[in-house]
Ligand binder design. Structure first.
Ligand SMILES: Nc1nc2c(ncn2[C@@H]2O[C@H](COP(=O)(O)OP(=O)(O)OP(=O)(O)O)[C@@H](O)[C@H]2O)c(=O)[nH]1
Ligand SMILES: [Mg+2]
Length: 264
């Protein structure tokens, strides 16, 4: 694919741009332009997103933060079409060729549909919707969609963190309760747990299992006999986090250590 390309559009989740960095970037020649799209910016903390945009700008990487459900700016479409060889050489008449890459479920197909101006590629809430590389023709460009790829060498904990954002739910092994407890522990340690108090009016102090129990009680996730169903509570808490019901939360800032190398 690389030889035929003018541009690589790398999509990352604005809430966790390091965790969702594409592992395939090193496979492309240095000469290829790479632009970063921070998707799901509507779910991310706006301050953190501003920090990320500055971070990429400082490194000479063009970057856009977008809510892909609302569309993409004309400025991005124009910038893409200006990369066509026809812009620099009158002898070559063709559209820009771009490929969309990224980890599972970050919004690659949704970006592609925005670029070609129609519902060309299937979009879905679960990872693994796109299975192969396909090309689609838009007005300003020809774009390839690709399946979400995760670094198989990545640490299991990083994969589990991705599952908090619903990026790797399909691959999660273990229980929702365990996943939710790990997530609660992280939110508490990073000063992010107040979103639970704001959304559900619960006490967020103490051990993660106690907080999960309070969430279950608050949401009425009770098993027969009245005990809290911690599995259901964990699932409900993670659903709420990943779909924005707990507010706009980013779990990474540029100053944080890189989770892949830290955890590897
Ligand atoms: N809130 C919000 N949801 C988004 C945004 N972009 C994509 N989504 C949702 O994220 C989910 C995944 O979108 P896709 O475009 O299928 O993602 P993908 O990267 O192509 O996924 P795979 O092909 O499975 O790797 C869908 O439920 C989309 O509606 C966004 O900017 N904001
Ligand atoms: Mg897809």
């Amino acid at each position: 694919m690389a030889g035929a390309l003018d541009l690589l559009l790398e999509v990352r989740d604005a809430r966790a741009p390091m965790l969702t960095m594409s592992p395939v970037l090193d496979n492309f020649p240095d000469s290829l332009s790479i632009w970063t799209i921070l998707s799901k910016s509507d779910l991310a903390d706006p301050d953190a997103t501003s920090e990320w945009l500055r971070h990429f700008k400082d490194r000479g990487r063009p970057a856009w933060a977008l809510d892909l459900r609302r569309g993409i700016p004309d400025s991005l479409k124009r910038a893409i079409s200006s990369l066509s060889p026809a812009s620099s050489s009158k002898k070559i008449y063709r559209e820009t060729r771009a490929a969309v890459v990224g980890t599972p479920n970050v919004g690659k197909s949704m970006l592609l549909n925005r670029l070609v101006g129609r519902h060309a590629a299937a979009v879905g809430g679960i990872p693994g919707v796109t299975r192969g590389v396909s090309w689609f023709k838009g007005q300003e460009c020809i774009v390839a969609d690709s399946p979400g790829i995760l670094d198989p060498r990545g640490d299991a904990r990083a994969h589990r963190m991705l599952a908090w954002l619903s990026s790797t739910r399909g691959q999660v092994i273990g229980s929702w309760e365990t996943l939710a407890r790990e997530c609660l522990d992280f939110l508490q340690r990073h000063g992010l747990a107040s979103c639970l108090a704001d959304a559900w009016g619960i006490d967020i102090s103490g051990a993660p299992e106690d907080v999960l129990e309070r969430i279950g009680k608050r949401l009425g996730k009770l098993a027969a006999g009245g005990a809290v169903n911690l599995e259901e509570s964990g699932r409900a808490m993670l659903d709420a986090l990943s779909n924005g019901k707990l507010g706009r939360i980013s779990i990474e800032r540029p100053r944080d250590p890189n989770p892949w190398s830290e955890l590897a």
